[in-house]
Write a protein that binds this ligand. Sequence first.
Ligand code: TLP
Length: 348
Amino acid sequence: MNKIDFRSDTVSWPTPEMREAMATAAVGDDVYGDDPTVNELEALAAEMTGKEAALFVSSGTQGNLISMMVHAGRGHEAIIGEDAHVFKYEAGGMAVLGSVVPKPVPTDDMGRMDIAAVRGAIRPDDPHFPQSRLICAENSSGGNYGAAIPLDYLADLRDVADEFGLRFHLDGARVFNATTALGIDVSEMMAYVDSASICLSKGLCAPVGSVIVGDEEFIYHGRRLRKMLGGGMRQAGMIAAAGIIALRDMSQRLQVDHDNAQRMAQGLAEIPYVSIDPHKVQTNMVFFTVSDEAPLSTAEITERLRDEYNILIGGYRMNGFRAVIHYWITAKEVDQLLNALRELLSEK
Ligand code: TLP
């Protein structure tokens, strides 16, 4: 990479093996169901997650939108965490394109909604209200330390969904980071939800694409919505080929990224003015803040890292940073960031 890029795992490039597989992929028209590589990817996604079927979609955002539109119709309500990506960072697509009404519920610092608050958010049968149809959760939680949320939380949400006849969707953009941190197979987590959207890009390094998984009927409706939303991608085997490597192989190596994130957290804890709780670093994301007494502001640190050290890093809330580890960031790049911060923060 030209720059050392910690802004997100979305910046990761395809691996050499992916580029080779893409160049030689067998293709067909996927809207006709004729692309063998897309079909192979969808079969693999269904098998790995223990779901009946899967659908290759263009992005995590499109996967979440299609899922919400299948589960909740026009004027129906979806209960979601107020910090969730579907609520904060998808341009309001669920409401604008799906006519699904968002019902945001406060989240804790792991991105979890309070179960009592979820129950309280469910509407009584009254013509004044939209009808509650869906609960959405996110795991790992991209905006909240990349937390890997244990299964008991999903089990509690499943119980609420069953009690009130709601559907349950998981934004599993980084679900393999969560299951790696929890030491479980992805199918164990999927058993609690009706559907999930899983990104093949991000930490898994595919250049493009996500899969959604669920039962046959969910995917049947999702396929039509994908066409409606402009996501029928024709000879998509070119990119699905990288997705197969992402799911099959790259999902198995994420502990390396988590170890590098932990290395960064331990290093940051030693640097003056930096605040970090290494226990909160469970996956590939490192959130930290720099105190107001530091010689440089957050904006100055970001600029000087970019201009003098060739390092890009993301901001988060007031004086915070988010550094994300991925395949192209090794212990060497982690140490480069630590050394640069040490130098900048020891300036008089
Ligand atoms: N997240 C991006 C930005 O959009 C914030 C990032 O850098 O973290 N769900 C979750 C939990 C996500 O973090 C993201 C992307 C998505 C869905 C959307 O995926 P794409 O970018 O493929 O539409």
